[in-house]
Design a protein around this ligand. Structure first.
Ligand SMILES: O=c1ccn([C@@H]2O[C@H](COP(=O)(O)OP(=O)(O)O[C@H]3O[C@H](CO)[C@H](O)[C@H](O)[C@H]3O)[C@@H](O)[C@H]2O)c(=O)[nH]1
Length: 343
């Protein structure tokens, strides 16, 4: 596919009322798409979004990715699908792993199969660094979603639909994440609760994540996995950067300890994936392992080069200091509003 414009295209966004979906919708409307379908469960969030957008090009479908019929209804007459619907909170997936399987695995399969049945051009599935060597149910279910997407590509070489995966690190200021929490704690004059000061996380903005999805729409081969190269910092640095932006240079930091199911650092690409990855400038692309159903290739053919390969993780990527983290955070629309400017 050589085109790179979404003009005159029709797009379905599953989970379209979340942080990702809303940012994506804003960009798509600016790119002059013909129509956007949003599939999601919450009528109140849809209503709020419908009112604030006031754009007849956006059509809202109540439904659930678990329910194939509702997926089909929203899929009809679309060219591209951005699949963002997911259970993505670590604790809720730990408590209800079966629910994570239903939404993140079975739901994703419904979306992919429906896209194929409707002759959609491309599906981009949203994944997370927590899917690499997963330690919690959220990451495990996302890892299985990735496998489902890759297996579809491997088993359906003649499908009209190109299915690919984008994997993200932490998206700054997304709902329920730590930056808005630190902001609230400072506003309320409370100590900043830092889990483990040395813990590192990749930091990306929502805008960057939209760019990655667009890149995948137009450049993916079936079964591709894309990650954006991103810098990282420790949570201690993050807390100090947020505090300093809000005029507090010596914040009161309270260490609360690592939460259940957390890792000290996150990995965007495993060593196995890094050995296959191609460097595309801002992105890494990992092509599909297209071994067919020939089981002997799994058991007899080994691979050279993976034994000592490095991974790509939040400890070995570029590390930001407080000033660099401040510059990144200060550029976020939410932060600009908070600091008295405009978004
Ligand atoms: O009070 C807190 C809360 C978090 N953190 C730390 O801040 C970092 C970021 O925490 P977030 O909660 O913003 O992000 P997580 O990496 O834990 O994961 C978040 O993003 C994920 C998506 O990748 C899931 O949505 C998950 O449920 C959600 O918590 C982590 O190192 C965490 O330990 C603190 O220091 N103090």
């Amino acid at each position: 596919m050589t085109e790179t414009s979404l003009q005159d295209k029709r797009i379905l966004i599953t989970g379209g009322t979340g942080s990702f979906g809303r940012t994506m919708v804003k960009h798509l409307l600016e790119a002059d798409v013909t129509q956007i379908h949003i599939l999601s469960r919450d009528e109140a969030k849809q209503d709020e979004m419908r009112q604030s957008l006031g754009d007849p090009r956006v059509k809202f479908f109540i439904g659930d990715v678990r329910d194939r019929r509702s997926v089909d209804a929203s899929m009809a007459d679309t060219d591209f699908v951005f699949h963002a619907a997911a259970l993505k909170q670590v604790p809720s997936c730990e408590f209800f792993p079966d629910q994570a399987v239903k939404t993140n695995v079975v739901g994703s399969q419904n979306v992919i199969e429906s896209a194929h049945a409707h002759g959609v051009q491309a599906v981009v599935c949203l994944s997370t660094d927590k899917a690499v060597y997963p330690v919690n149910a959220m990451g495990m279910s996302k890892a299985l979603m990735e496998k489902t997407a890759q297996a579809f590509a491997r088993n359906n070489p003649n499908s009209p639909t190109t299915v690919s995966v984008t994997r993200y690190g932490n998206v700054m200021y997304s709902r329920g994440s730590v930056i808005p929490l630190f902001v609230r704690q400072i506003q309320e004059g409370k100590p900043l609760t830092v889990t483990e000061p040395r813990m590192t996380r990749f930091l990306m903005s929502l805008e960057e994540s939209v760019d990655l999805v667009k890149h995948a729409f137009f450049h993916a081969e079936p079964g591709d996995l894309f990650v954006k190269k991103a810098p990282a910092c420790t949570v201690d640095t993050l807390a100090r950067a947020v505090a300093s932006l809000m005029g507090v240079d010596e914040p009161d930091i309270r260490k609360i300890g690592m939460r259940h199911g957390e890792k000290m650092y996150e990995t965007l690409l495993s060593p196995e994936e890094m050995t296959k990855a191609t460097d595309q400038g801002d992105y890494f692309r990992v092509p599909l392992d297209a071994r067919s159903l020939d089981y002997s290739k799994y058991v007899e053919d080994g691979e050279d080069g993976t034994a000592n390969a490095p991974d790509f993780d939040s400890d070995n990527t570029e590390q930001m200091d407080v000033e660099q983290a401040k510059a990144l955070i200060a550029a976020l629309p939410e932060m600009r509003v908070l600091l008295g400017g405009t978004a």
